[in-house]
Design a protein around this ligand. Sequence first.
Ligand SMILES: O=P(O)(O)OC[C@@H](O)[C@@H](O)c1c[nH]c2ccccc12
Length: 267
Amino acid sequence: MATKLDEILADTRAKVDARKTTADYAALERRAAAHMPRGFAAGLRAAAAKRPAIISEIKKASPSKGLIRGDFHPESLARMFETAGAAALSVLTNEAFFQGSLEYLEVASVAVKIPCLRKDFMVDRFQLLEARASGADAILLIVAALTDPMLTELRDEAARMGLDVLCEVHDRQELERAVQLGFKLIGVNSRDLRTFTVSPELVIELAQWKPADTLMVAESGIGSAADIARYSAAGYEAFLVGEALMRQPDPGAALAALLACECPAEI
Ligand SMILES: O=P(O)(O)OC[C@@H](O)[C@@H](O)c1c[nH]c2ccccc12
């Protein structure tokens, strides 16, 4: 049976193909050249040396939760997350399933100094050009969505373009593939993109296979300082947080509270 992930990938491929036929490549190249990527992995490492490195996600909606935040202003969200101490931003750019946009990435990226991730389903190198043109410093590559030859192609193209890669896995087999392919920044998604089940235990279990030179990011379902403490103890140094902050009336204050909180309280 086709999963939600299959559906998203098919839709993404069709839309990318359509954009490729009408794109103004010269303009995209010019915009990409005008954005000097800020090191995403280096930024996370520097932050993680001092405190839990939080990647704050600018996320309006999701297929599993529907609309998450109606009062949605990516530029001010970006600023408030930076001020509150986020190490980096993640901006959803998938329109059909997450109500995201490359424009949101663009306005968020110019508003801050911290590095920004283009959060989307990357299936074609054209999306890397779009990413850098819109101010991305890193892209996401989802192991469950790509073959090893595609992962290799997109990894090499990202390196050529100066973009860092956050490689996302969900189980032991995918983690092995990511390590085998040489990814040094690996995100373990607690949410299975095929079923939307969230399994924090699996995230903790997978940390034991972390190679020494790899920075691991815990992703999804993180809502409290206790969650961060648990994942930190397992070996995670960075944490991707979306919904829990986006649902707060003041997401910046909520992030500051999360970072200040040494007690295992819910935010
Ligand atoms: O909103 P949450 O539960 O804090 O999750 C954030 C992030 O991990 C999630 O948005 C995500 C992780 N991997 C993805 C891949 C595509 C789209 C979205 C995602």
